[in-house]
Write a protein that binds this ligand. Structure first.
Ligand code: 2F8
Ligand code: CA
Length: 136
């Protein structure tokens, strides 16, 4: 089977770290075309896996407040836990710089690595899908 080529396994999910920068929306479209979504982050260990693998390059993740009247939400449907997520934002973020930052990237190789940025910027991106492929 070659379906897992380029995907890294971590605790029950597969993650794809892209090599080509895309806008946030385009990145999410690409993830969905591969039976995945831009990644959610639901634990400190998952966040550690992601920022260590990212190695300091900025990558889009699946957190956005576009089209939701300003509420942060994960595109894979995971409920956004504001309290548990506080420790993942870079100090001073999210700052909605220029009143136009509605998407989030993992910007630095640190636990506190999230920054809100304009969804129209192009960055590398991380897709996440469940471990079990859908049966034919
Ligand atoms: O200083 C933090 C600030 O840095 C940049 O704006 C100058 C970032 N912009 C982009 O990444 C596009 C802001 O999001 C960030 O808050
Ligand atoms: Ca910002």
């Amino acid at each position: 089977q070659v379906v897992s080529q380029g995907w890294k396994h971590f605790r029950g999910h597969f993650y794809y770290f892209s090599q080509i920068p895309k806008t946030w929306y385009s990145a999410q479209q690409i993830c969905m075309s591969r039976n995945s979504h831009l990644t959610s982050v639901t634990s400190e260990s998952e966040q550690e896996f992601l920022y260590r693998t990212a190695g300091g390059l900025p990558y889009w993740i699946g957190l956005t407040k576009a089209g939701s009247e300003g509420d942060w939400h994960w595109v894979d449907g995971t409920p956004y836990n504001k309290v548990q997520s506080e420790k993942f934002w870079i100090p001073g973020e999210p700052n909605n710089y220029g009143n136009n930052e509605h998407c989030v990237n993992l910007k630095t190789s640190a636990l506190r690595s999230w920054n809100d940025a304009s969804c129209d910027n192009t960055f590398l991106f991380i897709c996440k899908r469940s471990y079990k492929p859908s049966e034919p």
